[in-house]
Design a protein around this ligand. Structure first.
Ligand code: AMP
Length: 420
């Protein structure tokens, strides 16, 4: 079905076409008519399925009719600052044809003055994390007299993070006549119970079976014991000619910081993203990643949800996630918007039981691959031009140079030898 069968506002249709969206994704096909009818919605949709546009487009379509008064007409509640910023970007992309629809964003870890200034002006859409929103509500800066739509995005994650009480506090301050849209990776257990309290006769949409990972993401396992073995494999994977940008997940913040440094020492353009960095540092790192100023981001699960960088071709689990759902979220950072992606997990002997749990969760057997054929090649450094003194191993000189050394001429030896 083309977009013109779902959305009727010509300016919005033009904007969708300008963005290169040729046809609606399945979640958009199913959710947009429900939202336009004003019904409550409970949807399980995988990351990268276009779920943000699935709610933003019909919301914008409705906001075109002006409404007097102050305060948000739409509140989008999200678990993390990263997701808030990403939804802001997506919303601004679509709403730029309607200059009178202003969107503002509130999240913790940043100073208050700018947020206070934003709140004192007129705005229609508010994107917020629950904690900072409550801070502002308690100081009387946010009220909901004209609220029409509440969106709860990544509701399962918000519940995992202990936001049940804050969400209840926020919803109590809203008109009960609102429309509520809930998006979640899973609609089972606590999310279902919680949603029953907040939604009225919701329409349920399940886009793909829960717990399965996206089909356009190839998943590979490699056995790896110990940091040296993991580093040797990483070095190999990061030389894959098909790699545009890579996201590497570690179990701890310290490990993320240390691994980024070690990779830089080996000549890779790598930076870290974790919860110990302040918001400014995190935002700058993400901006630089999006601008392709570097290739490799080493992160904790702070980056496993919401992060939408279309050029991430590789996700590498340096450590397996402890939580099975995080596996799906992590690998969903690649293969965005229909692109192909590769997800590699390094599995030590101690990780085998965790791997079984993940497979049970996915209802899918994951395949171990042979070790890359040349370990010494794996240990070879990738000297990058930004590094003042490229690391040189004793063997490095005698090998055919890799493609970072010979600009424009990719080394056949390396490009042919894609790991299987
Ligand atoms: P999301 O699942 O909301 O995180 O969206 C993933 C990516 O898909 C974003 O970069 C969107 O801009 C993009 N996207 C959303 N809908 C479409 C569509 N119908 N056609 C092409 N790309 C889309």
């Amino acid at each position: 079905m083309p977009f013109s069968h779902l959305i009727f506002e010509p300016k919005l249709l033009q904007s969708i076409a300008d963005l290169g969206f040729l046809k609606p994704t399945p979640i958009q096909n199913q959710a947009i008519p429900v939202i336009l009818k004003g019904q409550d919605l409970r949807a399980s949709a995988q990351t990268g399925t276009g779920k943000t546009a699935a709610f933003i487009l019909p919301i914008l379509n409705a906001l075109i009719q002006p409404k007097a008064g102050q305060g948000p007409r739409v509140l989008i509640l999200v678990p993390t600052r990263e997701l808030a910023e990403q939804i802001l970007v997506e919303t601004k992309k679509h709403s730029r044809v309607f200059p009178f629809i202003k969107t503002i964003c509130l999240f913790g870890g940043v100073p208050y003055p700018q947020q206070i200034r934003d709140l004192s002006g007129k705005y229609e859409i508010l994107i917020a994390t629950p904690g900072r929103l409550i801070d502002h509500m308690e100081r009387g800066r946010v009220k909901f007299p004209r609220l029409e739509v509440l969106v709860l995005d990544e509701a399962d994650r918000m519940l995992d993070m202990g936001f049940i009480k804050p969400i209840e506090q926020i919803t109590k301050a809203m008109p009960s006549s609102r429309q509520t849209l809930l998006f979640s990776a899973t609609l089972k257990g606590s999310v279902r119970n919680f949603s029953k309290k907040l939604l009225k006769n919701p329409v349920d949409i399940a886009i793909s079976p829960e717990h399965t990972s996206s089909r356009n993401i190839e998943q590979k396992l490699f056995h790896a014991d110990g940091p040296q073995h993991k580093m040797a494999l990483l070095n190999e994977f990061l030389q894959d000619a098909a790699l545009d940008q890579a996201l590497i997940f570690t179990a701890t913040k310290r490990q993320a910081a240390r691994l980024a440094v070690e990779l830089r020492e080996k000549g890779h353009l790598a930076f870290a993203l974790h919860g110990d960095m302040n918001q400014n540092q995190r935002t700058k790192t993400m901006q630089r990643m999006r601008q392709k100023k570097f290739k490799i981001l080493v992160a904790t699960d702070v980056a496993s949800r919401g992060l939408d960088v279309l050029t991430i071709t590789h996700v590498i689990n340096y450590d397996l996630p402890r939580n099975c759902e995080d596996y799906v979220h992590r690998i969903g950072r690649t293969g965005r918007a229909g692109a192909k992606g590769l997800a590699i997990s390094l599995v030590s002997s101690h990780d085998r039981s965790q791997l079984r749990e993940i497979e049970l969760f996915l209802k899918e057997r994951l395949v171990f691959c042979n070790q890359p054929s040349s370990k010494s090649q794996a240990e070879k450094p990738v000297a990058a031009s930004w590094k003042k003194k490229p690391f040189k191993s004793p063997n490095a000189q005698s090998r055919p140079g890799n493609f970072y050394h010979k600009k424009g001429r990719r080394n056949k030896f390396l490009t042919k030898k894609r790991f299987k």
